[in-house]
Design a protein. Structure first.
Length: 215
């Protein structure tokens, strides 16, 4: 509560300053960003540099603030650059253990200020998606992934007919911007949130015909 009040007061001052001095939208955004940055500090695993946006996030944020989509040329450039970052499975195998994938999809631990550096990150997939019908707690920011493989006709993930959707799913998790320039989905592989084995396990959860997701 104290921290909230400390942040609220300067933000209020920013609003008043903007009204009294006729600040432009750009000036207001800059001042607000400075106030937000001042309210953060390095703590354990979390560093202030998390507030620094890369070129992709900066471009997409600017478009969102402007209330319009990123122009097509810029979007295509972002997607093309992101596609080049995708690293495919080192052994050529895309699927792991769906049971472990379910555990990783459920886990939202890792990379927070209160986590030990040895804590393995979770995917936190249920925070944005419905995956298993038996799960009663899930987010709706992203589309439902229930029957993900079944609805896409994946009866054998190793078959040539399944290659396109298998590779798309891997690429989407590795760096979502390769397919949607301003996607809000985390870049799990590209940013090192999940390792190759974890990605394979979640791939199995979504695509293995034996996974409960596809029953």
């Amino acid at each position: 509560m104290i921290k909230a009040l400390m942040i609220a007061v300067p933000l209020g001052a920013v609003v008043l300053a903007g009204c009294s001095t006729g600040m432009s939208g750009a000036d207001y955004d800059k001042l607000t960003a400075e106030v937000v940055k001042a309210s953060f500090q390095d703590k354990n695993l979390v560093k202030v540099d998390r507030l620094v946006q890369d070129e992709v996030m900066s471009a997409c944020s600017a478009a969102e603030v402007a209330g319009k989509p990123l122009d097509e040329k810029a979007a295509k450039a972002i997607e093309a650059a992101a596609m080049k970052t995708i690293k495919w499975p080192s052994d050529g195998k895309f699927l792991g253990d769906w049971k472990q994938g379910e555990r990783e999809a459920q886990s939202g631990r890792g990379s927070t200020w209160s986590d030990d550096a040895k804590v393995v990150n979770g995917g936190n997939c249920y925070n944005c998606h419905q995956i298993d019908k038996k799960e009663v707690s899930y987010g709706t920011i992203g589309p439902s992934l229930w029957n993900y493989g079944k609805l896409r006709g994946v009866t054998d993930p190793n078959a040539e007919a399944s290659k396109a959707i298998v590779e798309y799913t891997w690429g989407k998790m590795w760096n979502t911007h390769a397919y949607n320039a301003c996607s809000h989905m985390p870049r799990f592989g590209h940013k090192g949130v999940l390792n190759e084995k974890q990605l394979k396990d979640i791939m199995a959860l979504l695509l293995d015909p034996k996974s409960p997701v596809n029953q």
